[in-house]
Design a protein around this ligand. Sequence first.
Ligand code: FES
Length: 83
Amino acid sequence: MSTEKKVVVELCMGSSCFARGNSNALMEIEAFLEEHDMNDAVSLEGHLCLGKCNSGPHVKVNGVEYSAVSAECIIDLIREALN
Ligand code: FES
């Protein structure tokens, strides 16, 4: 696998999104990347509240914003972005 980061995943770490699932999603995504040896392909970052807390938790994958995401959903988006 190339060492170039192919996918940028930005999780909203604002208090609402964090409490509504992104805290758990962060741990699950980190475990998934480790388990599948994908740390070199995916850049996992956090960002501040987007001001859209009601439709959270939010994530951006390669700059595209998604609402009401679960860890499983984010992992599917990562898989899709890598294809
Ligand atoms: S905390 Fe994520 S949009 Fe506000």
